[in-house]
Design a binder for this molecule. Structure first.
Ligand code: CO
Length: 142
């Protein structure tokens, strides 16, 4: 099912400070910041080989990342695995009794299609499935 680790999501208090840190200390080449209103986050990504790190700052304290920060502080928020046919994978997981946060894909950072698997069903790790660019089977209307 998994093709590769697409990205790691970090919850940060200050997106600008975190961006500057990775840029100045590690030479990261940052992509354009993006706001995903639906998820209540501002995000910046940078590449690490064929994977990426996704820095996430909540746009408001009641968003999932805002609540995560309040409860656990900054740190690793989720791991995102790249898959093909995300609907098929979600249906398969659901049939297998895996608890999903998103039963159907949403639009994520970078226009990807993504869905979260509940950490309760994944050994405490919030797990994202992501299909970049809508995937090979994407349709213009989909
Ligand atoms: Co993510």
């Amino acid at each position: 099912m998994f093709e590769k680790i697409h990205h790691l999501g970090y919850a940060v208090e200050d997106l600008e400070a975190a961006s500057r840190f990775y840029q100045e200390r590690f030479g990261a080449r940052l992509e354009e910041p993006e706001t995903v209103a639906d998820q209540g986050v501002k995000a910046v990504m940078f590449r690490v080989g064929e994977s990426r790190v996704e820095l996430l700052e909540p746009t408001h304290p009641d968003s999932p990342v805002g609540k995560f920060l309040a409860k656990r502080g900054e740190g690793l928020h989720h791991v995102a695995f790249q898959v093909e046919d995300i609907e098929g994978r979600l249906a398969q997981l659901e049939r297998g009794g895996v608890e999903l946060i998103d039963e159907s894909p949403r639009v994520g950072v970078g226009g990807t299609r993504m869905a979260f698997v509940h950490p309760k069903s994944a050994f405490g790790v919030l797990t994202e499935l992501v299909e970049p660019d809508g995937g090979p089977a994407s349709k213009p209307d989909g």
